[in-house]
Design a protein around this ligand. Sequence first.
Ligand SMILES: [Zn+2]
Length: 415
Amino acid sequence: MSHFVLRCRGCGRILKDSYCAFCEHCKGSLVITEYTEPFKKEDKGLWGFNWLPVHHPSIHVGTPVVYKSEGLSEKLGLKNLYIVFSGYWPERNCLLRTCTFKEIEVATVIENAKENRINGFVVASAGNTARAFAYFSVITGFPVIIVVPLACLKEMWYVHENGNPATFVVIDGDYADAIDLSKRISEITGMPFEGGVKNPAKRDGLGSVLLSAVRVIGRLPEHYFQAVGSGAGAIGVYEMAERLIRERRFGTKLPRFHLVQNLPFVPMLRAWQRRSREISPEDVDPALIEKISTRVLSSRYPAYSVKGGIYDILETTEGQMYGVTNDEIYSSMELFAESEGIDIVPAGGAALAGLRQAVRYELVGNEDLILLHITGGGEERYKRDFRTYPVKPLFISKRSQKEEIEEALCTHLRS
Ligand SMILES: [Zn+2]
């Protein structure tokens, strides 16, 4: 007997025998996992959580660290600021070797896929997800073809010297182009596309960050801060909050969601300012992406309008969207390093910059229980301890012509 079922958010139907299911009736709705057991917060790492859609996990994976802040807390004048840090920070026993929360997501996705007899994926990523897939591909032998935008290639590094696991394809375009190309590669190779935000295993893996926080704090926070790109992480956290509310043991009110984007590429902020469910095309102009420092937040197809997506979360939790400048991000990265003692990635800096605005405009109270998610960090710290290796792409696609891709992949797969 499985401890979960999949349910369509649109029509409420339970979907049978379905991996990464899509409801045939409700194209604009997410399918969510429904757990049939109460939440057990056993202190046994990630797989100690029974609210993950896997039965027999074997991958060794770390968890985020959750702690009550002192340094940053004092600087911001907040008495109940908790930090959930996903990255590499051995001093706090946080050992995510690819330095972001994507590692938890990908471990969950691969375990879930294996149980559903899926033997490999095509993945599109602007950075962190690719690194996490590459890492687990080495460790588990699970085959992956990864498509990344050229501008993100410098962020691609391996942690294993003798790993040549994942196949990297680079596209001279942005994240949306990478998604388009990976869908074509999926057609050519027959390997399924990883599914993005529609994959419930992905969202539950990401949402487990909230379970880690509740395990330490003992209750749900009043405010949750995170930077958003595709929105998948925030949706995963929201879905976990909904499940926890139903239990009533950890609080009865959903946290307010405070979500942050990097100016001037802020499509969800603009739509929310208009209180519109639709993102307008001029707000996802690729020229805007050139100007931001957080490439991982550059998704032009965010899960905003879909039922159960970011628009609904903002509306249900009386949430708030923020736009922060590159300078605010850099200064927040510095502030975090000074006050908490570890380097963080720009997306983490963006989340903190959003929190600083919230404090300035009194959108949070000094005594409020706040959870700040630093989605990645410790890259500099990691590179002091270990050597990393740059990725060698299989080929760089300029026009993403079907024949060109087919030829390169066939040659590669035969070798
Ligand atoms: Zn449905």
